[in-house]
Design a protein around this ligand. Structure first.
Ligand code: F6R
Length: 610
């Protein structure tokens, strides 16, 4: 997730572009850059680190230009560096582009372009766009940008400018945001309204595959063939704070709604056209993978819950024994580790002190260490033998949501990949699974758009004053319960306990009384019938059951007091869907009680102390 700004107008644009970037800093800040056209030539600035670094050198660029583009980066392909920072130029230095998103077929395009003599200066997927436009340019930037778009797969937005036509910028989007701001003798482009809200509130939201051609005095929207499309401008009445949150009340709610994108980004390029999983950068040869005897997963908090899902997937598919521990305990144990052990450290931030210590212990004992993290360049990436990046984008809400979903998907992909290399799964079975995995982001998107939130909010509001919640689940539903219970306690401060449903009668059932709320994850799976017996036991004590169940399961409505239905999918993938109503339930309980969900008390987003 990166931030893009473009300006064409009467005013000198350097500082306008920089101010726009500042407003988009929440989208990522590992490097940044600005490119403007002055007297027919590009001026270009790149910096590594947050926008303070760019600000320090901003004066090196004259503030005379009236057209330019700018970018704040959240690295996905290529480490944060000056070379990888946007804007990117083509070989001839006539075209500059900024891109947000992922170009999935960039490797094939890059090889093709290199074969034709194009020279690349970065490791990014984005740079191909500059070269594609250079190759396609016949005097019309819009046509060249359309031609580039036709050849690209993935989900992205880009803005291009050229010294051949220094009054014009062209932008196009595919499943990622782009908004046009209309001003007096000036127009803006950006990833989010917030970038230009202090300048104008008149906006147009173009659709996918619509070319937007912007000059000081005009905005023209066409389809890829150049046919003009009429789009009505609208006025936005958001304040700055709401705009930064994309119109959502909180970052947490915004991030819950970004989960389909986080999943699509984490999946991008990792499943081949033949339906196989391909993961790069793991630091493991096929021989290493075949020799593995054991996997250890270390993580904290929500990341630990993602690891628990991974345990089920790794055992089921890769047939590897998996031991999992919270990093703060693991680091003080004397674990049995050998050269045939793979240690997987899961950490969103890549900076959690306990997880880093656990990684060091595992490495010293001779294990290879693979980090699953969301942050390029984080400490975990420096200390691991290999890295599998989640691509959830920057998460601001302290309670992890979209990074959890991306971690679960990453560990599922890893399990499938190890299974493939170890020859444990038939190609056809893997293909069916990867087809199903590809459907999940769309299913989740449909789920979030389907008006279900209102039902969850209504139930949460009714139960918001309860003083204790018990969460029950079995098998792969258990980590979902643990995550649901953690979300509830951290943002609403209501005590909650998550338990393996089969263990309930060994103690926790004593907690239940008339009306006690019990949340049960009862999605379809091989332990479903067992779980139904547990629901009956709970009901017999007068408890109220709130069930998460698979769509189509009508029978559960007769047993449970409330049902949150989620789309039906493969059992191992079910946490990707079943967790979401529990995130929302926790969210709405907390907001009903007036709690500050983005910054819960006593918590920090990154725990760099022991
Ligand atoms: C809960 C939450 C924490 C983190 C934990 C580990 O919502 O965010 O439990 O999951 O502090 O953090 P990372 O993944 O950065 O190592």
């Amino acid at each position: 997730m990166c931030g893009i700004v473009g300006y064409a107008g009467d005013r000198p644009c350097r500082d306008i572009l920089f101010r726009g970037l500042r407003k988009l800093e929440y989208r990522g800040y590992d490097s940044a850059g600005i490119s403007v056209i002055t007297e027919g030539q590009f001026d270009l600035l790149h910096s590594v680190g947050n926008l303070d670094r760019l600000e320090e050198i901003l004066n090196q660029m004259p503030n005379q230009s009236h057209l330019g583009i700018a970018h704040t980066r959240w690295a996905t392909h290529g480490r944060p560096s000056n070379e990888n920072a946007h804007p990117h130029l083509d070989c001839t230095g006539r075209f500059a582009i900024v891109l947000n998103g992922i170009v999935e077929n960039y490797l094939a395009l890059r090889e093709q372009l290199q074969g034709e003599g194009h020279e690349f200066t970065s490791e990014t997927d984005a740079e191909v766009v500059a070269h594609l436009i250079e190759r396609a340019f016949r005097g019309d930037l819009r046509e060249a940008a359309a031609e580039a778009f036709r050849q690209m797969e993935g989900h992205f937005t880009y803005v291009a400018i050229t010294t051949e036509d220094p009054e014009t910028m062209v932008a196009v989007r595919k499943e990622t945001p782009l908004v046009i701001g209309l001003g007096e003798k000036e127009n803006f482009l950006a990833s989010a309204v917030t970038a230009f809200l202090s300048e104008t509130r008149t906006v147009i939201f173009p659709d996918d595959a619509e070319l937007v051609t912007v000059t000081r005095d005009s905005v023209v929207i066409t389809d890829l063939d150049g046919n003009v499309i009429e789009r009505q401008a609208e006025e936005v009445d958001w304040d700055e704070d709401a705009a930064e949150k994309g119109g959502y009340e909180t970052f947490m709610l915004k991030e819950i709604n970004e989960q389909p994108t986080a999943l699509a980004d984490t999946l991008a390029e990792r499943v081949t056209h033949e339906g196989r999983v391909e993961l790069e950068g793991l630091g493991l040869e096929d021989g290493d993978i075949r020799r593995l005897r054991q996997v250890i997963i270390v993580a904290c908090g929500t990341s630990h819950h993602a690891g628990l899902v991974g345990k089920y997937a790794l055992e089921k598919w890769a047939r590897l024994p998996v031991e999992i521990d919270v990093a703060s305990e693991f680091r003080y144990r004397d674990p049995v580790i050998g050269p045939d052990t793979l240690t997987i450290a899961i950490t969103q931030s890549g900076e959690t002190a306990d997880t880093l210590a656990a990684m060091r212990l595992a490495r010293q004992a001779g294990s290879k260490v693979l980090a699953i993290t969301n942050i390029v360049g984080s400490q975990a990436t420096r200390e691991a033998d290999g890295v599998l990046f989640t691509r959830a984008g920057l998460e601001i809400g302290v309670a992890a949501t979209k990074t959890f979903e991306a971690q679960v998907l990453a560990v599922i992909l890893l399990a499938l990949y190890l299974a493939e290399v170890r020859g444990h799964l038939a190609d056809e079975y893997v293909k069916q699974l990867t087809e199903e995995i590809r459907r999940v982001p769309t299913m989740l998107n449909g789920y979030l758009e389907d008006g279900r939130l209102a039902q969850i909010e209504a139930v949460a509001t009714r139960y918001a004053k309860e003083r204790f919640f018990l969460y029950l689940g079995r098998n792969i539903g258990l980590p979902v319960c643990m995550e649901g219970a953690l979300k509830l306690k951290e943002i609403s401060y209501i005590p909650s306990e998550s338990y393996a449903a089969g263990e309930m009668k060994h103690g926790p059932i004593a907690l239940l009384d008339e009306g006690s709320p019990v949340v049960v994850v009862a999605t379809d799976g091989h332990t479903y019938e067992k779980l139904i017996s547990n629901i009956q036991e709970v009901k017999a004590r007068g408890a109220h059951v709130i069930a998460v169940a698979s769509e189509g399961n009508k029978a559960i409505a007769d047993m449970a007091d409330e049902v949150f239905y989620v789309p039906k999918t493969d059992e191992v993938l079910s946490p990707l869907l079943a967790t979401v109503p529990l995130q929302l339930f926790a969210y709405y309980v907390a907001t009903a009680n007036g709690e500050s969900v983005d910054q819960p008390r006593n918590l920090a987003k990154t725990v760099t102390v022991e």
